[in-house]
Design a protein around this ligand. Structure first.
Ligand code: BES
Ligand code: ZN
Length: 426
């Protein structure tokens, strides 16, 4: 157990240095981190406990660290970036357990047919047309503004908000909020990361079509369709495109710190969509077991089987491989449905070859995840549909119907009058 005394001593001994961050990393990856930092002597091991080490690290070398981890471990290898030592040492908060009844089949079934794989494909194309979406590049920053403006175009409703969250670097996270009607203080998050990475960092070609334009395009389609149907959830729903996942989950760790730790918002569930469009294995959806919630994962199994027609299996990353880990650490039930088994992963990620070519130029795989995320939003958010794009019978103003009714009545009256005249003549 870490003692408060140890932490206080470390804090006193480690004054904050500009551009230096604390990172937590698996001890197996320490030699890799040392090799990146080595020549410039800008890494110190602050603490070492169990299989995790906490280090100081120069912010400018984070992308080199990502590349080196990817190359040296023949897998991606997670690390988390923290602004303070307290954050680095924060214990994993135990998650609270909530109920997951399925009782909105009618609403889910009314919405699912509107999801359009062609639109997901087009969004992946738009996002991956950027040279890169690196967290410190101008094109990475433009991607945030582009997504914000696109989401603002999805509704004229005044209660729905879309904002950028600034993190102190070029790229911002993008947050759309659909406020809950009766349980607004309970929040559901559906997200994925907006940034991309490849060797060369800021000047790289990093289309990131699968990692993770696919995830963002998937929940972009869910948001579009829910708003087109005028969905009014009981709980608040937030769609979040996180900045800077590829450099230590930085965007999502900041979002979690702001919403959960500072604003004390009760987030009841988080769904992470990171890589949804490369079908590498014999089943469709792979539920990642580590750094996620066992109970919420069972809820996802139920949703997949009830609503999506997709096949599924269990798998694990073996480390904190995406933004779900930031929520999990803060005690929020988190899940990460993934496109393939980890061992069959798309080998083009983090390179200039991460394009739609790897997915046969379509989004037929991603749309299964859109179905799952839609069912998740409706069954966890509860609520009902408004009448924005319902069939003409429900949108026709009442006045028209009353005219039809009156017309019907007058034809009856004329028929009666005719019959009366004829019967009198007879
Ligand atoms: N999308 C990947 C994570 C991933 C890759 C999951 C392959 C499953 C299979 C994510 O964007 C990523 O690259 N994560 C980093 C870790 C992060 C903490 C820097 C990684 O895996 O190296
Ligand atoms: Zn990645």
């Amino acid at each position: 157990m870490r003692s408060a005394f140890l932490l206080a001593a470390l804090l006193a001994a480690s004054p904050a240095i500009a551009d230096e961050r604390y990172i937590s990393i698996g001890v197996d990856a320490l030699p890799t981190a040392q090799a990146v930092a080595g020549q410039r002597l800008d890494m110190d091991i602050v603490a070492h406990e169990g299989d995790v080490a906490v280090l100081t690290f120069d912010e400018d070398q984070l992308d080199e660290l990502s590349e080196a981890m990817h190359a040296a471990h023949n897998r991606c290898g997670g690390y988390m970036v923290h602004d303070t030592l307290e954050d680095a040492f924060a214990e994993v908060v135990p998650e609270r357990v909530i109920e997951y009844p399925l009782d909105r089949a009618e609403v889910v079934k009314a919405v699912l047919p509107a999801l359009d794989a062609k639109r997901i494909e087009a969004t992946i194309r738009e996002l991956s047309a950027n040279k890169n979406r690196y967290y410190m590049s101008a094109s990475g920053a433009r991607a945030s503004v582009w997504l914000r403006d696109r989401w603002r175009g999805y509704t004229t409703r005044k209660d729905v908000t879309v904002e950028l969250m600034d993190h102190g670097y070029e790229q911002s996270s993008v947050i759309m909020t659909i406020p809950g009607t009766t349980r607004a203080s309970e929040v559901i998050v559906i997200g994925g990361h907006l940034d991309s990475i490849a060797p060369g960092g800021i000047s790289s070609n990093a289309p990131g079509a699968d990692d993770d334009a696919s995830g963002v395009a998937t929940f972009d389609e869910v948001a579009r369709v829910l708003l087109a149907k005028d969905f009014r959830p009981e709980r608040t729903i937030k769609f979040i495109a996180y900045a800077a996942e590829e450099v230590g989950l930085r965007g999502s760790l900041s979002v979690v710190r702001e919403l959960v730790k500072k604003q004390k918002i009760n987030v009841v569930g988080a769904l992470q969509l990171d890589m949804t469009n490369y079908q590498g294995s014999n089943k469709d959806i792979w539920l990642i077991k580590d750094y996620t919630s066992a109970t919420q994962n069972m809820f996802l199994v139920n949703l997949i089987e009830t609503y999506t027609g997709a096949t599924w299996g269990w798998d694990a990353c073996g480390y904190a491989c995406s933004d779900h880990a930031s929520w999990h650490r803060a005690g929020v039930p988190a899940s990460m449905p993934f496109e393939a088994r980890f061992r069959d992963m798309n080998q083009s990620i983090h390179t200039a070859k991460d394009t739609l070519d790897r997915s046969k130029q379509n989004a037929d795989h991603a749309v299964k995840f859109a179905r799952l995320a839609t069912a998740y939003a409706i069954e966890l958010g509860k609520g009902d549909l408004g009448h924005a794009t319902m069939s003409t019978t429900t949108t026709t103003p009442l006045g028209c119907d009353s005219w039809k009714w009156l017309a019907g009545l007058s034809s009856l009256a004329i028929a009666f009058a005719l019959w009366f005249r004829t019967s009198r003549v007879a």
